[in-house]
Unconditional design. Structure first.
Length: 354
């Protein structure tokens, strides 16, 4: 019997990718109804995706950077245990169960969740051929580069042509970004400011340029301000993480967290709390970062845009109260600001009169 057998078994139990995946799947009521073989197969598929992640050059360079002479697979186990892979998978499986975990005629709920996680972790490179624009004899010519450019995540978002054997990579890249794994940064033109959700693992929006109106600003930031968004989950976990810890090994911790947060909802508050809005002093929020040079025309325009956005949000009772109060206080003074905000607010709660 090897001398380190106990240590290896403990590392496998705490940080083994398949073991962590099986626990995360078993804690979901919808997925736990599947047979034991289905859960084992789904856990193995998720572990295969994680194996692809740890076999990537970036992960190998990260984990082999130390002078420790232990085997790479041992470093992976300790990395997963130290980084709490179990908590990461619990959170990700909880989100996927609600978004894609619905059984169909072709696949069960647990297969859909496992496939979504596997696809996010095994995104392959593709060959892109950007357009080359040149002028010849006074005519504007648009041609494709003959030499392909290999890319892991970049893609032609707005183009009709597909990459990688005719299969569109748009959904695959979006799925990968909406996971706790690579990529961690998404760069897009205005094509990405409407109709897409990036809230599962993102709450920071960097505006490279200012939109022309407050509606477009709201659309951009709305991509990361959705149901059970990343900022909301951070604040809920910070508030009730110690409360639900140890409640039960087989329970979904995120079901318990949101149930506890909902039970403590302030009197008179609507049901947007805690699922859409959960503010915490010093906690996470939807971060807006604008690339505007001081003293430039864009700085003046940004100030006007914030004012317009505050007025736009006022009637819909949006949670960014600091923008609203600053706008009202400038216009009518601090004393009447709260009164006016309450008077002209539209209540969209079910059963309300308006």
């Amino acid at each position: 019997m090897p001398a380190d057998l106990t240590d290896i078994l403990v590392a496998l139990a705490l940080g083994g990718p398949a073991t962590c995946a099986l626990r995360a799947l078993s804690r979901q009521v919808t997925l736990a109804e599947s047979g034991s073989d289905d859960r084992l197969n789904a856990a193995a598929r998720i572990a295969e995706g994680l194996r692809s992640q740890f076999n990537s050059p970036r992960a190998i360079a990260l984990l082999k950077g130390s002078e420790d002479d232990s085997s790479y697979w041992e470093k992976v186990l300790h990395y997963c245990a130290d980084g709490n892979l179990q908590a990461v998978l619990d959170e990700h499986v909880h989100l996927l169960t609600e978004s894609v975990g619905k059984a169909t005629e072709e696949r069960s709920a647990i297969e859909r969740v496992a496939d979504a996680m596997f696809d996010a972790m095994t995104l392959r490179t593709a060959t892109l051929r950007p357009d080359e624009i040149r002028v010849e004899d006074g005519r504007l010519l648009v041609e494709q580069f003959t030499t392909g450019i290999r890319s892991h995540f970049a893609l032609r978002f707005g183009g009709k042509e597909n990459d990688e054997g005719g299969v569109s990579r748009k959904k695959s890249v979006q799925t990968a970004f909406n996971s706790p794994f690579w990529p961690f940064v998404l760069v897009s033109t205005s094509m990405g400011q409407e109709g897409l959700d990036f809230h599962p693992w993102c709450h920071v929006v960097v505006h490279w340029n200012l939109p022309p109106n407050p509606v477009d600003m709201e659309q951009r930031e709305g991509r990361v301000h959705r149901y059970k968004g990343y900022a909301v989950r951070k604040n809920v976990a910070a508030s009730f993480g110690t409360t639900v810890r140890g409640k039960g090994f087989g329970l979904d911790p995120w079901d318990e967290l949101f149930a506890t947060a909902a039970a403590g909802r302030p009197a008179g508050a609507n049901e947007l709390i805690p699922y859409w809005v959960y503010e915490l002093e010093g906690g996470a929020c939807i971060e807006r970062r604008v690339m505007v040079m001081p003293m430039s025309r864009e700085a003046v325009r940004y100030k006007r845009l914030k004012r317009s956005l505050a007025l736009y949000r006022m009637v819909f009772a949006q949670p960014r109260q600091e923008d609203l109060l600053a706008c009202l206080e400038q216009s009518i003074g601090e004393e009447r600001a709260a009164v006016v905000a309450a008077q002209y607010r539209i209540n969209l709660a079910p059963g309300s009169d308006g």
